[in-house]
Design a protein around this ligand. Structure first.
Ligand SMILES: *Cc1c(COP(=O)(O)O)cnc(C)c1O
Length: 493
């Protein structure tokens, strides 16, 4: 039997892996999930001697059967090369009795690089396979990390173009500088007067704008998505869970087959869902620890079975997790309902109409793969300082949230791997303030240089280059002008 993908909202909507990557979102509004969980017998002792790239080829082949090994290796080798400043791609670092899986060694210093540096290559191959000669136009609204990471991935990739919209005053200074200095003939980015929600809502409207879509098609172009609803982003993320485990085996920290926990700083539920798939294909994971910040809608959901986005929205020091609607949770609901697309659709309709839904007791009992809790702003700060003082290791606020919640989890006998999703240099002000006893305040390059005196690691080249990088994108428009902006960029008549 070959693995296909079907929509969480319509079991009749079945497509190949490459088609699912091209489409991103299913036309019925659902997300694509594999029609079966691939069967495999992971030999961890053998894998312990393999490279990140080799493990990537093995795992991705399981979930993307209509790609050949050769094609996958081509994509993998283009994605995971010197763009990453560490040969291991995702090195595992021991600090005290915990392990940090550093996912921030890519070009934009956040974990999204792992998936977004390979997605453009998978898309190109998928287009060839499906004889799609149209130019792929990626539309993305971003609150900071996704936009830069996606542009870096798609920059100068033939037959693709990317347009990013970011909120004028919703991104950190470094995130903004990273975006407006983006190189590449096919990259376009503009600030939006308004917040992230305005940009996001309008992008969804653009996808559904019949007139725009037909004009785009007439010009031999097609829209697609680079956010974590695309399975092309999820599958590459399964790889590093397996990789981390094999490094624990390799260094003799665990015996092959022993269980471990993973703690994941969670926003849109994409990263942790990849861990869920890793468990399903046989990785010995006891618990996936779902760590939230003050926006703790997921903590409440796991603890009560109620999902309710009708609540205050907090701007925190871990902005990439400031989110009240975690879109990938839909895929988990699909499994909790025992793959019932009608029930899944009903729950998502409830969420759209009322802003909340409640799962059944039976569904809730199936949540035992997870432990969920959250870290307040104060706890996040304290954790950055504690890890620095005890372990001489500097972490960013997102990673601190995952550390704090891992410490709250009471069953600590098992080794715990904490997913480190961003470089501390991406949030220098917040980190500097947290690790200095007197709460030192500094901005920009000053904060970065000061931070370097504490962290034992040099400032990444990607941050240093920013200081003198040429500004290439100065646009600022209102949300209403976004349609016109897209028409202009695509030269549509
Ligand atoms: C996006 C992001 C997260 C959250 O990941 P999800 O897949 O959305 O749950 C955590 N940390 C950082 C630094 C991020 O950029």
């Amino acid at each position: 039997m070959t693995l296909f993908y079907k929509s969480t909202r319509d079991s009749e909507n079945v497509v190949s892996a490459s088609q699912a990557i091209l489409q991103g979102l299913a036309v019925d509004g659902g997300l694509y999930v594999p029609t079966e969980i691939p069967e495999t017998d992971l030999d961890f002792k053998h894998l312990a001697n393999q490279s990140y790239q080799e493990i990537a080829a093995l795992i991705m082949q399981l979930f993307l059967p209509d790609f050949t090994q050769e094609e996958l290796y081509e994509c993998i080798n283009k994605a995971y090369d010197q763009k990453f400043d560490n040969q291991e791609i995702t090195p595992l670092v021991k600090v005290g009795d915990q392990y940090y899986l550093e996912l921030f060694h890519g070009p934009t210093l956040a974990f999204k690089d792992i998936a977004l540096s390979i997605l453009p290559h998978l898309m190109k191959k998928a287009a060839q396979k499906n004889n799609m000669a149209k130019e792929i136009v990626i539309l993305t609204a971003t609150s900071g990390d996704t936009g830069k990471s996606a542009m870096e991935g798609f920059a100068d990739v033939k037959n693709t173009r990317i347009i990013v919209f970011y909120p004028e005053s919703g991104v950190s200074p470094i995130q903004k500088k990273q975006m407006i200095t983006q190189k590449g003939e096919n990259t376009f980015v503009t600030a939006i007067k308004g917040n992230f929600d305005d940009a996001q809502r309008k992008v969804k409207e653009l996808f559904n704008d019949e007139n725009l879509r037909s004009k785009t098609a007439d010009n031999n172009k097609v829209f697609s998505s680079a956010n974590s609803i695309n399975i092309g982003r999820l599958v590459p993320q399964i790889v590093y869970y397996v990789y981390a485990y094999t490094r624990l085996v390799k260094s003799g920290q665990i015996e092959s087959g022993e269980e471990v926990n993973f703690s994941v700083p969670t926003g849109n539920f994409g990263d942790i869902l990849a861990g869920f798939y890793a468990k399903k294909i046989g990785l010995p994971i006891r618990r996936l620890i779902c760590a939230s910040n003050q926006n703790n809608v997921l903590t409440d959901f796991f603890q009560t079975g109620n999902y309710d986005r009708n609540r205050p929205f907090y701007v925190t020091s871990s902005p990439s997790m400031d989110i009240l609607v975690s879109s990938n949770l839909e895929r988990l609901l699909f499994y909790l309902t025992k793959e019932d697309t009608v029930q899944t659709k009903q729950l998502m309709d409830d969420l759209n109409k009322r802003g909340n839904y409640k799962i059944t007791a039976e569904m809730k009992s199936a949540l035992s793969d997870f432990f969920a809790d959250f870290a307040s702003e104060k706890e996040t700060d304290q954790t950055i300082r504690e890890v620095y003082e005890k372990g001489n290791y500097v972490i960013d606020p997102h990673t601190a949230v995952a550390t704090c919640v891992a410490n709250k989890y009471e069953e600590k006998m098992l080794p715990t791997v904490i997913l480190s999703t961003a470089s501390p240099y991406k949030f220098p002000q917040a980190v500097l303030q947290a690790i200095t006893k007197e709460g030192e305040k500094a901005e920009g390059i000053e904060a970065i240089n000061k931070l370097e005196t504490f962290a034992e690691i040099p400032v990444p080249a990607a941050i240093e280059e920013l200081e003198n990088a040429e500004i290439k994108h100065n646009d600022k428009i209102s949300a209403e002008e976004m349609t016109h902006y897209v028409e202009k960029v695509l030269n549509l008549k």
